[in-house]
Design a protein around this ligand. Structure first.
Ligand SMILES: Cc1ncc(COP(=O)(O)O)c(C=O)c1O
Length: 462
């Protein structure tokens, strides 16, 4: 059967066709099909444009990926140049120019101990690969290390949606149903200070959550392959920002108890926290690092898992030794995506992005202060250009709103009516604007979010 000529599809029909044919990710389709979907046609800078020509400020960087704004000329041109040479050739046994150059660049800007790059195409696979590498590393390192088969991760962690990355995840809403499919993982308490698992306050706790982690490591280190952790901020959990020193202490514990540290920089990497990588804030050198999202500046799917020389060497051997890492995806190291990533890094350098970002981070912090005067804002968490505003029914008791009230969702719809796209994580309102957003646009974003929270939680019946 011939495909319909899509160019002739009327924009009004797209709404119907979308609901008829697409199963959207992380979306209750019953609600979606009863709503009017927003269909995006174009982007420019910090803005998205829908099929009716309406303009929206992209307050979440199109799911945390758009670094320098939409249609960044330099990246677009690099993509076009590469397409004119070749769009894809396999990295299984062959190589390509952008993949080689990008690997060199990535290793130049990440912690020095990381020496090899393994490509894939999304954050989940970058983590999945890190898990498999860590597991196989210990299997091949020595007879004594073969028992190291388990992983440890934090409560509330999110590392992606493949079975391995879900196994080390800790968000029940997403992960509970798959429990029978998952491998068993040890879990340490997240340093979620607003809802401290030890009922302590930050000032007096002395990082009790670290003691809990150490207790597990002391008992189980002989069977643990690696700690998997989102450095500095647990993003999907609702932007849980670690207390100072926690990440570094985790690194020290990993070294002390001979387990690998996997830093999942998928959300926090590429400038989000104010430095290129979150690990830099506490001079942490992980053994494996997962990168994705902002790697191509929000243009094409690409991911990378970086490893140390020691880990890489454990995979070398003769064919009969069977030490090869038997993993790879069809589009691994795609040259167009790698060319986009190279251009993304060039923009960082040429436009001094991280330097200009510092003023905007301060502006963001200043503008967030008045939010604490809103009656239902329980906690405001900021790390660089990542923000989570936790809305609660009762500020004193921290009692959450009832799920059925869909407060977070209602806030984002209110913002949408005012020309701003944001996405909640439950009742945590997330702000992740492009790093390139102007001060004026940032002020608009905060004005609209303030007003939307106020209207939904105070003016309307909640
Ligand atoms: C920390 C972290 N790791 C992994 C992932 C999964 O990335 P992807 O959605 O590209 O598979 C995400 C996605 O939000 C993430 O925040």
């Amino acid at each position: 059967m011939a495909a319909k000529n899509l160019h002739k599809t009327k924009t009004a029909d797209l709404d119907v066709l979308d609901k008829k044919y697409i199963w959207h990710p992380f979306t209750q389709m019953k609600d979606y099909c009863n709503s009017s979907p927003l269909i995006i046609e174009q982007g420019q800078g910090s803005y998205l444009y829908d099929i009716a020509g309406n303009r929206y400020l992209d307050g979440v960087s199109s799911l945390w990926v758009t670094v320098h704004g939409h249609r960044k000329k330099k990246i677009d041109e690099a993509i076009i140049r590469q397409v004119k040479k070749i769009s894809h050739s396999t990295l299984l046994g062959l190589s390509n120019i952008p993949a080689i150059k990008l690997a060199e660049q990535l290793l130049a800007i990440t912690p020095r101990n990381l020496r090899k790059v393994f490509y894939s195409d999304n954050g989940s696979t970058a983590v999945e690969i890190a898990l498999k590498i860590a597991f196989q590393f210990w299997q091949q390192k020595s007879a004594a290390s073969k028992k190291k088969k388990k992983f440890i991760s934090l409560t509330h962690a999110y590392h992606g949606d493949t079975i391995g990355s879900v196994s080390v995840g800790g968000i029940d809403l997403f992960h509970q149903v798959y429990k029978p499919l998952l491998f068993k993982t040890l879990t340490a308490p997240s340093p979620y200070c607003y809802r401290c698992p030890f009922k302590q306050s930050v000032a007096q706790c002395g990082l009790a959550c670290l003691d809990a982690l150490e207790k597990i490591l002391k008992k189980h280190n002989h069977e643990i392959a690696a700690l998997v952790i989102e450095p500095l901020v647990q993003g999907a959990a609702g932007m849980i920002v670690f207390p100072k020193g926690y990440l570094k202490a985790c690194r020290e514990l990993c070294s002390q108890y001979h387990i690998l540290m996997i830093a999942d920089e998928v959300a926090v990497g590429f400038g989000r926290t104010g430095k290129m990588f979150a690990c830099e804030h506490e001079k942490v050198k992980p053994d494996l690092m997962a990168l994705a999202k902002g790697i191509t500046g929000g243009t094409l799917p690409l991911a990378a898992t970086l490893a140390t020389e020691e880990i890489y060497r454990a995979f070398l051997g003769e064919a009969q030794d069977q030490k090869t890492f038997y993993h790879g995806h069809t589009y691994t190291g795609n040259p167009v995506a790698c060319a986009a990533a190279l251009a993304n890094l060039e923009v960082f350098e040429e436009e001094n992005v991280l330097k200009t970002l510092q003023q905007k981070i301060k502006l963001l912090a200043r503008r967030l202060k008045p939010f604490s005067g809103l009656k239902h804002v329980g906690d405001i968490r900021q790390c660089g250009f990542m923000v989570g505003i936790e809305l609660v029914q009762n500020i004193r008791t921290k009692k959450p709103f009832a799920l059925k009230k869909k407060i977070g969702h209602r806030v984002i719809l209110e913002a949408r009516r005012r020309g701003v796209i944001i996405r909640p994580l439950g009742d945590v309102i997330v702000l992740m604007p492009p790093l390139s957003i102007s001060a004026k646009q940032l002020n608009t974003l905060l004005d609209v979010v303030f007003e939307s929270i106020h209207i939904v939680t105070e003016k309307h019946n909640n």
